[in-house]
Design a protein. Structure first.
Length: 276
């Protein structure tokens, strides 16, 4: 059964690009087509993604201005914010890939992420935070981009630290961090929006592992990232003009995709179980 749908019209001249778009195109071109060209977005999400969002929102709350003026924040208070976020954001389209696990396993994993973070940096959170969940617009070789930074610190004038929270299982190696496209993209955004810049550090918080990693890039390295991004955008524009180029790429990541009904490579819905 061939379920591939013909697009009535594809406009390859996207007005704004993002890391998510580029990453999705690299992962699976048909997923890219369904989401970004067909405009098909679903409420369905994996419980890992839901847990990550709850952890991110809790850490965003932690660095609100009124909280940073307090002498300290208790871990119990942080857990209460997490509990409320989990309950308020819960919906009926959350799924679990591993049928041997239940939702309380992931709830506990999120709380462990917060515990690792709190006991490393708390109870006084006095970092020089400029903004959280900061949206920035910027350009690379005449292509317009948009990025959302988890947290941006300004330790001193002209110096910035870009923070990214990761709630997944694995931490990056130093070499992986140096090749990471996402935070290199955000460095370009900060340089354009807050120049002149003396120094930018990129910091990942691998919350499950309780590990922090910080690197810096030379301007030569950033130039290479800009060239790479331009090439990938051109590839997306050129290949998106022909639907035959936007074929599915099956991998283990398909288990966490909820577009099986729309995918030409699948003949049934995603078999993940509903979370309760």
């Amino acid at each position: 059964m061939n379920k591939k749908k013909q697009l009535a019209f594809i406009d390859p001249r996207f007005s704004i690009f993002s890391y998510s778009q580029i990453s999705t195109f690299q992962t699976c071109r048909e997923q890219f087509r369904i989401i970004y060209l067909d405009g098909k977005r679903k409420k369905d999400e994996s419980i890992e993604a839901f847990m990550g969002k709850c952890v991110h929102e809790t850490l965003e709350w932690l660095y609100k201005k009124e909280n940073m003026l307090k002498p300290y924040i208790t871990f119990d208070k942080l857990c209460k914010i997490y509990d409320n976020t989990w309950q308020d954001k819960w919906h009926d389209k959350i799924y679990i890939v591993d049928h041997s696990l239940e939702s309380n396993h992931f709830y506990a994993t999120g709380k462990r992420c917060l515990s690792n973070y709190y006991h490393r940096y708390g109870p006084i959170f006095d970092q020089k935070v400029y903004a959280t969940e900061l949206t920035l617009d910027f350009q690379i070789n005449n292509y317009q981009f948009k990025g959302i930074i988890d947290r941006l610190d300004q330790p001193k004038k002209g110096s910035w630290v870009i923070h990214d929270y990761k709630s997944g299982k694995r931490a990056m190696t130093q070499n992986m961090a140096k090749r990471d496209l996402q935070l290199a993209l955000y460095q370009i955004a900060v340089e354009q929006n807050f120049g002149p810049v003396e120094k930018i550090a990129l910091t990942w918080h691998f919350l499950r592992n309780g590990v922090e990693m910080t690197i810096t890039h030379t301007q030569e390295e950033i130039s290479k990232f800009k060239n790479m991004l331009s090439k990938r955008v051109k590839q997306i524009i050129n290949l998106s003009s022909n639907i035959e180029n936007l074929y599915p790429k099956e991998s283990i990541l398909c288990n966490w995709c909820y577009l099986w009904d729309e995918c030409s490579a699948k003949v049934s819905p995603n078999p993940s179980k509903k979370a309760y």
